[in-house]
Design a protein around this ligand. Structure first.
Ligand SMILES: [Zn+2]
Length: 130
């Protein structure tokens, strides 16, 4: 018989549903009781905190996806589907970027490019009602 202290943790055995004491040797003593690495209450609490932290990170990620989808639906609900498929949002952004570039260097305005983009966007938006 080993003289090492046994882990004091009790668990329900799957085979017969009886409570049994863990059969591993104790590696750490907490408040006078020995625990194995698996049942160390401090380690278990730390592992639980890590799980909760991971779960909260996943929930935050999921909530951000939901928030993003709601914003996309809200922003695009008035736009025709075919226009969205043709990339109308990106085209609007490009047109605005051209205008913004001109604001930085007022003399170099590429209005023909801006007007071409705006007309392409308007043509897509007129094609279909959502
Ligand atoms: Zn144990």
């Amino acid at each position: 018989m080993s003289d090492k202290p046994r882990c004091c943790e009790m668990y329900v055995h799957r085979g017969d549903f009886r409570r049994r004491q863990c059969d591993k040797n104790g590696t750490v003593c907490r408040d006078g009781k020995w625990y194995c690495k698996k049942h160390d209450p401090v380690a278990a609490e730390q592992a639980k905190a890590e799980k909760v932290e991971k779960w909260e990170a996943r929930c935050a990620e999921h909530n951000e996806i939901i928030r993003r989808r709601a914003a996309e639906i809200s922003a695009c609900s008035s736009l025709p589907t075919a226009a969205l498929e043709a990339g109308v949002v990106g085209m609007m952004r490009e047109a605005l970027e051209l205008v913004a570039e001109d604001a930085e260097t007022p003399c170099g305005l590429p209005w023909t490019k801006v007007i071409a983009k705006v007309n392409a966007v308007l043509a897509l938006l007129k094609e279909e009602k959502p």
